[in-house]
Design a protein around this ligand. Structure first.
Ligand code: FES
Length: 291
């Protein structure tokens, strides 16, 4: 399995199609507000994994209902009929949920590096095949071919399982969509730790400091200082090298924008907020600790 995944990651034959699709997705979903909506910026969490719960839940529930035996010979026909109807409705609901989940997924995909786009492309094609099988299952059920409909749905579930496995690899092994800043928080000392002197901080500009092993961004306005993890939650860019405007810092790598007060993501491609650290000023020294 690992060898297959490595081959997909290294399959540069996919890059031609991947580059064309990336350009198509970027031009089809151009307005920044729409991209932010689909990235999940508005809720500080990627939207795609939330939306996929609809088809996954509906398809799995339909599979369970399809596997249930009738309760008794006398009620067999009635029970079986209502179970089949419920499965058909669930598969319809799952299919309706595929489009929004796919659109959000494509927008996230269009911001990924080449190796992750290769895995994402195979993930998308696999899910497309699964969707086709479920659509055929729905058509079979609606025309009275229940047995065939069940077989097609189980085939769809198997293919969707492969798609889910690839999606999990993309997130948990390749780090797509996860917060690259969150692991840094655990490395900040638990107790108050000096990050530098207040007088050394420029007014209204981000400054990079280290607290223990962790790079932090300090932002001073008068006597007030806010502290964020310096590693951008999107892909780990150095936020302290970004521009500040309207109370936000803009990441120099891909333009994700975070509020300096509370770390909330205002514009993507980041879907995750930026962690903020507690700060106090004592005897002219700025101290920071783990939340
Ligand atoms: S690393 Fe991509 S926006 Fe910061």
């Amino acid at each position: 399995m690992r060898q297959v995944l490595t081959r997909i990651e290294q399959a540069d034959a996919l890059d031609g199609a991947s580059d064309k699709l990336q350009a198509a997705v970027s031009s089809a979903v151009r307005p920044r507000t729409l991209r932010d909506l689909l990235h999940g910026t508005w809720m500080g969490h990627p939207l795609h994994p939330v939306l996929v719960q609809v088809p996954v839940g509906a398809f799995l529930s339909a599979a369970v209902l399809d596997a249930l035996p009738s309760r008794s010979p006398s009620s067999r026909s009635r029970a079986s009929g209502s179970g089949d109807r419920a499965s058909t409705v669930l598969i319809g609901v799952g299919l309706a949920g595929v489009l929004p989940a796919a659109v959000a997924g494509w927008v996230d995909w269009s911001e990924l590096t080449k190796d992750r786009r290769r895995v994402g492309l195979v993930h998308a094609v696999t899910n497309l095949v699964a969707t086709g099988l479920y659509a055929s299952s729905l058509a079979a059920r609606l025309t009275g071919r229940t047995k065939q409909g069940k077989a097609l749905a189980y085939a769809g579930l198997s293919v969707a399982g492969v798609g889910a496995f690839l999606g999990g690899h993309l997130s948990y092994t390749q780090g797509a969509g996860i917060s690259h800043a969150a692991p840094e928080v655990a490395r900040v000392p638990e107790g108050w730790t000096v990050a530098g002197s207040l007088s050394s901080l420029p007014e209204g500009k981000p400054a990079a400091r280290r607290v223990g092993d962790t790079a932090v961004l300090l932002f001073r306005q008068g006597d007030r200082v806010t502290a964020l993890i310096d590693r951008c939650s999107h892909e780990g860019g150095p936020l302290s090298e970004g521009q500040v405007s309207d109370g936000c810092v803009v990441c120099p790598w891909h333009g994700s924008t975070f509020r300096l007060d509370d770390g909330a993501v205002v514009h993507g491609p980041a879907g995750n907020d930026q962690p903020v650290l507690p700060v106090r000023v004592r005897d002219g020294l700025v101290e920071v600790r783990r939340p």
